[in-house]
Every structure is written in structure tokens, then in C-alpha cells.
Design a protein around this ligand. Structure first.
Ligand SMILES: [Zn+2]
Length: 146
């Protein structure tokens, strides 16, 4: 059974968007807090809390920035990986390299070796990578349990 890549893609976008939105909210909050501290700077200075309070606003900006950055990079990496799983399949490989089937065995399209090996990718990808044991080129991917 082929995995439902479309729903996986939606899942990735929803999950990482939540991170990005939380991060953006924190950055927004931090900026507003920072501006309001500086607008009341003289007044707070007299109370003796000026500098410390404005520094406190930098924390949500920094943490929010990390959330935005990691959300975006996880989204990009995961979507790129899903696209590879979806497009770089055995049937695509055979279609693009029909001459690489010899005596019923698949061969590498880079070095012609028929030493094609498989490794599980782990990290909850539920996919295997089929690569050349000679030159290391990735030939195609397949979902686990198929
Ligand atoms: Zn090879």
C-alpha cells in the first residue's frame, strides 16, 4: 500500500505552522513590550526598572525567532523528503533507466554495479533507501512494509 503523501504533507504543514504562529506571536509580543518599555523609559528609569524591563522583552523575541526558524526549516526538510519518497520510487527508476535492469536485477545508473543495498531510514520516516553498495548513489526509496 502506498502511503498517503498528501495527508502527510498536510500534517507537516499544520504541525510546523503551529510552531511558526506561536513564534510569530511571541516576537510580536516582545516587540510591543520593547516599544512600550522604551516609550515609558524615563518614567521607569525614575522607578529604577528601565533597563531590566526592556531586556525582558528581548527573551520572547529570541525564543519566538527560534520557533519560527526551526518551524520553517523542519517544514522545508520534511516536505523535500516527502517529495523524494513520492517521486524517487522503484517504478520511476525503472522508467528513467530501463537499461539498468539486467537479468532481472537492478543496477546502479552511475557506476553500473548491481550491488544494490537497502537500509531503513528510521526517524519515523517508514521508508527504506535503496543505494548502490559500490558508489553510494541513492537509486530510489520505498515505503516500509510493502
Ligand atoms: Zn553505483
Amino acid at each position: 500500500m502506498t502511503p498517503n503523501y498528501k495527508s502527510q504533507r498536510i500534517g507537516v504543514v499544520v504541525f510546523t505552522s503551529a510552531f511558526i504562529i506561536i513564534g510569530a506571536a511571541a516576537v510580536f509580543y516582545g516587540i510591543i513590550a520593547f516599544i512600550s518599555f522604551w516609550m515609558r523609559h524615563d518614567e521607569l528609569q525614575q522607578l529604577g526598572v528601565g533597563g531590566a524591563s526592556s531586556m525582558g522583552a528581548l527573551l520572547p523575541i529570541a525564543v519566538g525567532g527560534i520557533f519560527i526558524f526551526s518551524g520553517m526549516s523542519i517544514m522545508r526538510n520534511k516536505l523535500r523528503q516527502l517529495r523524494l519518497f513520492e517521486t524517487k520510487t522503484y517504478s520511476e527508476y525503472i522508467k528513467l533507466n530501463p537499461q539498468q535492469i539486467r537479468n532481472g536485477r537492478v543496477a546502479c545508473n552511475r557506476c553500473q554495479s548491481s550491488d544494490v543495498r537497502t537500509k531503513a531510514l528510521m526517524n519515523k520516516t517508514y521508508h527504506r533507501e535503496h543505494y548502490c553498495g559500490q558508489c553510494g548513489a541513492t537509486l530510489y526509496y520505498s515505503p516500509e512494509g510493502v
